[in-house]
Design a protein around this ligand. Sequence first.
Ligand SMILES: Cc1cc2nc3c(=O)[nH]c(=O)nc-3n(C[C@H](O)[C@H](O)[C@H](O)COP(=O)(O)OP(=O)(O)OC[C@H]3O[C@@H](n4cnc5c(N)ncnc54)[C@H](O)[C@@H]3O)c2cc1C
Length: 271
Amino acid sequence: MLLREVEYARPASVADAVRLLAADDGARALAGGQTLLNVMKARAASPDALIDLADLEELRGIELGADGTLELGPMVTYTQLMESAEARARPILGQVAAQIADVQVRNRGTLGGNVCSSDPTNHFPPLMVALGASFTIRGADGERTVSAADFFLGVYMTAVSPGELLTKITIPSGAGASDAFETVPIGRDGTCIVNAAATVSGSGTRVAIGCVDAVPVLVEPSSSEPDVVKEAVRAAQLDPPSDVHASADYRRHLAEVLAARAVERAAKGRS
Ligand SMILES: Cc1cc2nc3c(=O)[nH]c(=O)nc-3n(C[C@H](O)[C@H](O)[C@H](O)COP(=O)(O)OP(=O)(O)OC[C@H]3O[C@@H](n4cnc5c(N)ncnc54)[C@H](O)[C@@H]3O)c2cc1C
């Protein structure tokens, strides 16, 4: 289906991008376009203006700090995450990026677009919650940083308000931590039915479960024993949706099994 006519701008600086977004409530940032253009074609979104971030090199960086902290620009693509030497400081980032769709989507799709979509079936929201990522958001009034726990607000809703731009994603050091991701997709590279991202470190075990609620559900079991993890997931009293792909009961079952598997694999990675 053809897109309806829309204004288009390709700013040369982040400051210009923010100015353009703040000037028009109907303006939307355009990253890889892998979600936004599809929802526009389906007439499920109808922005007045697209602010294309393609020329903003400052949003494409991957920086590894001396303490192991990773700073990722939102325009970093999945392919970059798979190939970057710096991103290998947290190998789970490239491993999860490699699971997304096909090579075309991985070459165009961006980490920032993935999290800003806040699609409950996407791979990266639960991973960001498990890793304890934080998000820097810039608007006309300046910059603020929010934790992953406060970033995802609902289906297609995040802490990025109209007129604002996500400018940085910070992943804390993975020193002493081991991570794993488990999913049951629809078909080999398809949409996740349920997924689970786990981090096991000296400070405990975190597992974030996706596709069972509007936003990832974080569970912090007291140990990495599978029965303890499953009990912690049960205690979270998940209320997932039923659809043509899976019933709510099956999703609840997958949530327990995938969380336990992800934690077990992460724990093994530390030993
Ligand atoms: C065939 C296919 C299969 C897919 N399968 C999967 C899958 O299995 N798992 C998965 O996780 N994803 C999947 N996706 C989605 C894909 O990962 C998209 O790349 C991602 O959801 C959006 O990234 P993007 O860079 O394309 O963003 P865009 O589509 O350009 O933007 C998405 C949204 O984010 C906003 N946005 C983007 N960047 C910023 C920013 N810096 N600041 C503020 N707002 C911003 C846009 O305004 C828009 O609302 C699939 C896509 C396709 C086409």
